[in-house]
Write a protein that binds this ligand. Sequence first.
Ligand code: EPU
Length: 451
Amino acid sequence: MDALDGLRTRLVIEGGRRLEGVVDVPGAKNAALPIMAAAILAEGEVVLHNVPRITDVDVMAALLESLGARVREQAGGTLLIDTSAVASHPAPYALVSKLNASFDVAGPLLARFGRAEVPQPGGCVLGPRAIDMHLRGFELLGATVALEHGSIVASAPRLTGTTVTLAKPSVGATKNIMLAATRARGTTTIENAAQEPEVADLAGFINAMGGRVAGAGSPTIVVEGVTRLHGCEYTIIPDRLVAGTYLLGAAITAGDVTVRGIDPSMLDALTEKLAECGCRVAAEGVALRVVGIPEWRPADVVTAPYPGFPTDLQPPYVTYMSLAKGTALVEETIFDARFVYVSELARMGADVKVSGRSAVVQGVERLQDAVVEAPDIRAGGALVLAALAAEGTSEVGGLEYIDRGYEFFEERLASLGASIARTSVVSPVTPRIDIGLTAQLPKVVTPYRSA
Ligand code: EPU
């Protein structure tokens, strides 16, 4: 799908239906992307299972191919990546600029080839995406780091293990430093590391390739350098953020949804809040069920690094609070501009007052239908939830963002009882579209890169 398709295509959603049923959780985007980048370290073929079918994966696959890798898709979410022919070419700006996670290739390139040349990621709609801690980590490991014509060039004949203490637990810096350290001489300790499950999953993958990483998932990660990493087969963890979006969907439609295939403890910060609001939450094995109620209490939230409340669930949570019986205070501590979607939510009748990194959400009686545009991935999830709960038929655009992070979103929501269809908007004046008809239209399903 090109960007123009994203502008033409919308999700048409008839609100007011309860979400009900069981939904399988796809693989985690934020684990799949760094794991694909980490495949650069393998001298051999890597087989990855449970890779989500989203456009960010396509971009990472294209980036790996541009560096000389061979990426093939097998049915059912399996990718085969052979990086034996990869060399440390400059990573192309056209691809890196589409995906902040592209910078994840820097650590593996530096570790395997002693040199990485990757365009510096710019900002995104969420605010500046700084990489100073990644670069400081590379320097502490012994690399020379310079900015040359817009690209970061890091080089070192061989890195040497050291202790890196992060100023804050950055997910990206933890991953990149861990990756760079895999083949360093001696031991690297990362203090104040990010504890996100996706960081632990990346460590699991490195170990499956023959690396030696301990402590990932805790604030202290220890990496013993090895001389070589090999191919392996690995299954990516489920996406807790996608799962959380479906559970908030249950809550906001007073529905009853079970997400299947996920460790429920990964979503404790969310489910504690949902219980506070009055939802019934039940965890059993790898299934997590939320039963919503027609009138719910507000609960304040402060986003924080894992195991705190995830910043990525802040937009759908604010949407849920916009229909609560009372007022909730939501504070964002990770990204400068993560309330950017609020103006679109307001067009559906939400009452959210943003001041800097805080929002006061005054619950309203109802949300109304509107044509809205998603400005980023998770805000897209949030606007879809708003449309599911709103009166009337809404249209959510910005699918070029939603498709970056949500695999088969409308199919899964439809299986839970949502009235939702993807359709093209043919005229500048958005026509009212009959849901029954548009449901018959062929779906735009995003494939991986062709084999
Ligand atoms: N930061 C710095 N310096 C650094 C690194 C980060 O100042 O060297 C700042 C960033 O500017 C940002 C904050 O620290 O304000 C958080 O950055 P972090 O490195 O923790 O996040 P990230 O690796 O850029 C990942 C996810 C995000 C998710 C955040 C927080 C991926 C591909 N992305 O980003 O996911 O919100 O962690 O959990 O893993 C999404 O999925 O839509 C998404 C944005």
